[in-house]
Design a protein around this ligand. Structure first.
Ligand code: CP3
Length: 333
């Protein structure tokens, strides 16, 4: 058993494994070096040699407990032939969605378009197995992918007023997303991913009355699918209003919390293993403050199966020395 499995599956409370959301990314000079010569982000994700190298960069540097594959949740629309680009200082930009064309895409077309992701997972997972560490595969939740595919860019604070106007179209897209998410999960697992994380980064945009249709039901379908593959699944429904209800309905193996959630409330109300929480901005302050805030989470979750992580992705301006300090504080605890 790996340390991460021990916490998620065996619910042990004696260790705090640690990995970091967006651990392979722009705060690392060795990543920026590769990125400099590879301006097209999707192409970089599809270069299996470079994407496995990037995935392993934070493992080499910090000996973290899990690798998360260098890819993106938007590989799904890309695989479905919707144009996906990343503009500097803007984020993702997607092309128009053509539902007729999208409906014609089959499993073989889709897998062919993104197979280097699976090749990278294979080579990374072989290395991670030797270290007795996990390889985390991931997907965006159906709702978050729907937001990007319809909105064609990050929604910032709101979705367009007419977002739900064409509910026939929305339901057709959701069915396609769900089908290909399962294909994507299956291929990641077959190539060595041994934990799956589902990112619902935009769950917080919905009204509670819309949770059953757009969060609970589609996420539960995916969670059950991952469980059928006998792989643990971590859910990250960012800024959702009711975590307890989410866990009772969706029943993931573990819950990743964001930094706006009160960890004390979570430790009291949530029975399953918890991951994450620390505000990534704390890493931009000083070491004393960082240690204090890290210890706060460790103390609150000392009798709870807990995986240390942040409450959202690490910021590009983070000093790697602060990451070292964070990891040491967790390991020394
Ligand atoms: O290290 C890792 O965590 C693995 C790789 C990973 C990336 N994206 C790489 C990436 C993972 C797990 C993701 C998930 C992802 N992607 C999410 C869910 C988590 C979250 O942040 O809420 C979302 C919403 C996306 C979509 C996405 N991709 C956005 C909004 C952006 C632009 C914002 C930004 O940070 O620049 C990306 C680009 C992206 N994905 C980068 C990386 C390393 C930055 C690429 C670069 O410019 O070098």
């Amino acid at each position: 058993m790996t340390p991460l499995h021990d916490v998620i599956i065996n619910k042990k409370t004696t260790i705090n494994p640690i990995w970091i959301m967006r651990q392979a990314g722009r705060y690392l000079p060795e990543f920026r070096e590769i990125r400099k010569n590879n301006p097209n982000f999707i192409e970089l994700c599809l270069n299996h040699k470079l994407s496995s190298e990037i995935t392993l960069q934070p493992i080499k540097r910090f000996d973290l407990d899990a690798a998360i594959i260098f890819s993106d949740i938007l590989m799904i629309p890309y695989g479905l032939k919707q144009k996906v680009e990343f503009k500097k200082n803007f984020g993702p930009m997607l092309g128009n969605l053509n539902i007729t064309e999208m409906s014609k895409i089959d499993e073989i077309d889709f897998v062919e378009r993104i197979y280097p992701v699976y090749k990278a997972i294979k080579s990374v997972s072989l290395k991670m197995e030797l270290k007795n560490k996990n390889t985390i595969g991931f997907v965006g939740a159906p709702w978050t992918l729907l937001v990007y595919m319809i909105n064609q860019q990050s929604p910032k604070k709101n979705i367009k007023k007419n977002f739900f106007e064409d509910d026939y179209l929305i339901n057709r897209i959701l069915l396609i997303i769900e089908r290909f998410l399962k294909i994507h999960i299956k291929n990641q697992v077959e190539n060595g991913a041994n934990v799956i994380q589902i990112f619902d980064s935009w769950a917080g945009l919905l009204e509670e009355r819309d949770y059953p249709n757009y969060i609970y039901t589609p996420t539960l379908n995916l969670v059950n699918y991952v469980k059928s593959l006998e792989i643990p699944v971590i859910c990250f429904p960012r800024e959702i209003k009711n975590y307890k209800e989410f866990c009772e309905i969706v029943k993931p193996d573990a819950l990743n919390i964001d930094y706006n959630v009160d960890p004390l409330m979570i430790s009291k109300n949530i029975k399953i293993p918890v991951q994450g929480g620390l505000d990534p901005k704390i890493l931009l302050t000083d070491k004393d403050n960082l240690k204090k805030q890290v210890l706060k989470y460790l103390d609150i979750f000392k009798d709870h199966p807990y995986v240390f992580n942040l409450g959202h992705g690490i910021l590009p301006e983070t000093d790697p020395k602060m990451v070292e300090c964070l990891i040491k504080t967790v390991r020394d605890y």
